[in-house]
Write a new protein. Sequence first.
Length: 183
Amino acid sequence: MHSVRLIVIVQCDGKFNSFMTRILILLIATIISVAVSGQNATISSQDSVMLDKFWTELKVAINTNDKAKLATLCDFSFYCRPCIDDTTLKKNNHVTIKVTKALFYESQYKLFYDKPFKDKVNSYDSFKLSFFYPAYDDNGRQSGFSFSYAILAPSERYEGIQGFVYVDKVKGQYKITGIDTVP
């Protein structure tokens, strides 16, 4: 594990008091610790094999349009932000959709066959730690991984939309547990 030490010397000249100096030092230390911890993510060889299996099965399911196989890779019910764009939904709060197995088979499986998602998944032959980012629960513990894809690329007039797919270990297997977007 790498350690990073940062020495910050701040000279107070009357414009900044010691409280502001402490805030600045705390902010810099927090940014560096987050950057360093994100770069040192490691996983067990067993999890690496399981994630590689998940990735391979996901590629096969989306490339063969196999809804049943794709359903085995999801943990129902999961929340899905980009699913709100489905015009066939009877109930849509326009914030997020709770995707049940029935709703998945009815219409939500189509999200996985969209070109941006398919292109991203097909761009990697196998699981790569550099592609999966650690995901954390509300208590700051690693709860799984996420990967991102561009739903809509940025342009001169629009900032674009980035999708995030969350993958957690559920009953000994990695499964999709949620999909979110930014913005």
